[in-house]
Design a protein around this ligand. Structure first.
Ligand code: SF4
Ligand code: SF4
Length: 247
């Protein structure tokens, strides 16, 4: 049974494909986009986020942490991240909801019933389930098993990918994916390097490959005020994602 590290399961998503969808965000990404709005999704390892403004200094985390990562000092609570071994206990104990554990390991059979809960909404809205991240195809075996079971249950499926994965990873999910939501961060290779830390050659090769198989692709592009911003790696104004649909 394949397992994946899950960041979040988002119900009633309306920006991750057609209709009402449940989006599953998996942890780990090969790119490091300068505008990344989900920084917790980049690292492949599980992580704990600490929201200092929510902390009420109750000390519950201190009593459950096996590695002494949490301490209460006269000035209040401190979190020594380097000591954390990612057991997840402090998130459950935290009374202020100041701690969030990203990267819970789940099997396909644990995830599937949660995703099927909203089947009626998918059917009435033309929606379904979207796998996203991070880069979900870095955990391609898990994605393939989950997507296969979703298709067997009659659910529309989408894969939101940055495309920076081996072609073999795409091949694994192709038979069970109705639509690819495909991020093109920049066409110019140098701009792409500056914005994401990686070349876009593999990404462009992969989208051509998917297109050659006549799969449905929705291209998503980042918008900036001007290309100077992009080439400088500065995104002081970022409007979001624009989509271009094609079948
Ligand atoms: S996840 Fe576990 S090890 Fe890490 S800080 Fe929380 S309780 Fe401590
Ligand atoms: S359990 Fe949560 S609210 Fe309490 S001290 Fe720890 S981080 Fe702060």
């Amino acid at each position: 049974m394949n397992k994946a590290k899950v960041i979040e399961i988002k119900r009633f998503a309306v920006h991750d494909g057609d209709g009402l969808r449940t989006t599953v965000f998996l942890k780990g990404c090969p790119l490091k986009c300068v505008w990344c709005h989900n920084p917790e999704s980049i690292d492949f390892k599980p992580q704990v986020a600490y929201y200092e403004n929510k902390c009420i200094d109750c000390g519950e985390c201190v009593s459950v942490c096996p590695s002494g990562a949490h301490k209460i000092i006269p000035k209040g609570h401190i979190f020594e991240r380097d000591l954390c071994v990612a057991c997840g206990k402090c998130e459950k104990a935290c009374l202020g909801e100041a701690l969030k554990f990203y990267g819970k390991e789940m099997t396909v059979d644990e995830l599937l019933p949660i995703l099927l809960e909203d089947k009626d909404f998918y059917e009435t809205s033309g929606g379904g389930v979207t796998l996203s991240g991070g880069e979900c195809l870095c955990q391609a075996d898990f994605c393939a098993e989950l997507l296969k079971k979703l298709k067997e249950a009659g659910i529309n499926t989408a894969v939101d990918t940055c495309g920076y994965v081996p072609k073999e990873s795409i091949d694994k999910v192709l038979p069970y994916t109705d639509t690819f939501l495909y991020d093109i961060k920049a066409i110019d290779e140098n701009v792409h390097m500056k914005c994401t830390g990686k070349s876009n050659r593999l990404i462009l090769e992969n989208i051509k490959y998917i297109d050659s198989l006549n799969k449905s692709i929705e291209v998503r592009i980042a918008l900036t005020t001007n290309t100077e911003d992009a080439s400088n790696g500065e995104f002081s104004v970022f409007f979001g994602l624009s989509s271009l649909k094609g079948e």
